[in-house]
Design a protein around this ligand. Sequence first.
Ligand code: GAL
Length: 658
Amino acid sequence: MGGFPSAGIHANQSAMKLGVCWYPEQWPEALWASDVARMAALGLRFVRIGEFAWSRIEPEPGHLQWDWLDRAVDLAHAAGLQVVMGTPTATPPKWLVDAHPEILAKGRDGQVRGFGSRRHYCFSSDVYLEQARRITRLMAQRYGEHPAVVAWQTDNEYGCHDTVVSTSDAARAGFRRWLAERYGSVAALNAAWGLSFWSQEYRSFDEVDAPFGTVTESHPAHRLDWQRYSSAMVERFNAAQVEILRAASPGRDIVHNFMGLFTEFDHFAVGRQLDVATWDSYPIGFLGQGPFTSAEKARYLRIGHPDLTAFHHSLYRACGRGRWWVIEQQPGPVNWAAWNPAPAKGAVELWGWEAVAQGAERMSWFRWRQAPTGQEAMHAGLNRPDNQPAAAWPEVAALAEGLARLGPLPKRGQADVALLFDYDSVWAVQSQPQGRDQDALAIAMAWHTAARRLGLSVDIVPPDADLAGYRLVLLPVQVVVDDGLAQRLSASGAQLLAGPRTGSKTRDFAIPPALPPDGLQALIDIRVARVESLPPGISLAVGNGGVVTGWMEDVEAGAGVAVQSRLDDGRGLWFAAGRAHYLAGGVDAGLLGRVMAEVASAAGLVVQDLGPDVRVERLGDLKFLFNYGPTAVDLPILPIIGSNPVPPAGVAIWREDA
Ligand code: GAL
């Protein structure tokens, strides 16, 4: 252990707990004791283990080898580390796949997704569900009451590698049952989807297939329902594990690790089954995959986009109903992006403080030590493959030390701004985009960025959220506005800002009888008469500055509606009636910021333009400033954490009354 810098702190119950993902099964046992001792010395308080270890736990069907895992858990416990135990169901072993090849998923192309990586199972397979129950039950019986075990992680990253949708025989059969339950009769299905169009009517649910492999576009409502069904299968799979773990491991939190930039199933629905939502945060890995310009990708190459991480923190805070962790945090270059740059000096610590500011209970790094072999051999850890501390180590130590210095942390309160995010709306836009690059997640992220740039903190909330207490409610892309949401919007008293496509479909994916925006028209008397989408590079000038790109609607407005801004061609863009505001086009970031600033000011909120790089957050009386930019930022005060000026990739924290 000698020679490793250590934070030298002891457990602080109310600070964010730090941990690491540990894979003892991949290393000689001779290393384990020093591993856990060094973790504790670094200021770590927990390990996540087990989530891929099925072939070591059950090397032959029915032959269970717990001894090694017992020893690893006991060692962690003896070192004062808590354990988050993963169920290993993301990696069914070879013998299981060979015995039951029908558990394998099939892609949209009908190809079997074979053994040799991970996540090869089909969520619709009852055979696999039973196997998942079996191994979960065995693990829960073994470790459910172990004093070190404080939480369970179900599976690992549902949907990773595009695995929510499967077209296996089990999925087809399940979809037919799901349709029968939802629509009652095939006549009702034919009517709801409007299948007289192109002679697509069915005589029985058994005739309905997967909506892939058709000559041209398959029916959009069919694709939307296939996605809804696939999402329901993820819920079913998770619920089965949750039920077993709850019974056998009382008092432990049950969590799942969600992903970034991923919308293939309804995370709010899975979140409701859990005690805590966790997610896997790879700010640099996601930058290349996110909806950013090439200039942004260059500017934030080594730190990630200033709002991407915060967006997901806020989203998963909602999924966990206030309780959330980062269970995997990037410590250095990853292996899975197209290019894998190293973080800037300070970035690893900054990401930690972002999670603190957003109210995370725990954060753990992926992974303890870089593996010398396998698919992820190029992925950094807190230690190099030679077991020497990697570049992230001193930043983890600094975070641990800073947390100890801050002491107990205040709880994160409700923000002033709610941003509605809806998985069903994402799928609706995917099912009938009308413009190739229309992307509901990207639009929601752009609205979130606009609010953060104004210095506002944002709670991302599901469409069924209680809106009481919010002063500004944002609806970037809420395709279906059901009666409940319409009533809560009417009752909320907040300023409302809705984007194009709000209320543009019924739940059955038809254009609403009174035209969009369905559900908003009681608040603002407008009707969308026509929509057009525009290719990249085309922009429509707006009278008082800014442009519309991508999407524009022709809106008819009633007498009581004010047109706040228009395109140069005369079409209304920003409509307002009382506290309801509607934007009829995809506006550029600057114009979105100006509109949002006005609406936020009308809500009594104080706004400022922080520019592209600087972000602020508040946690009780603690104020945080994050510098994502390339130049230092001056502060009017001396921070208690960080320095003044705040360097690039730097953080400053101070108390409000200081
Ligand atoms: C996550 C996954 C981990 C590991 C990691 C690498 O998506 O949960 O198992 O693969 O990425 O960055």
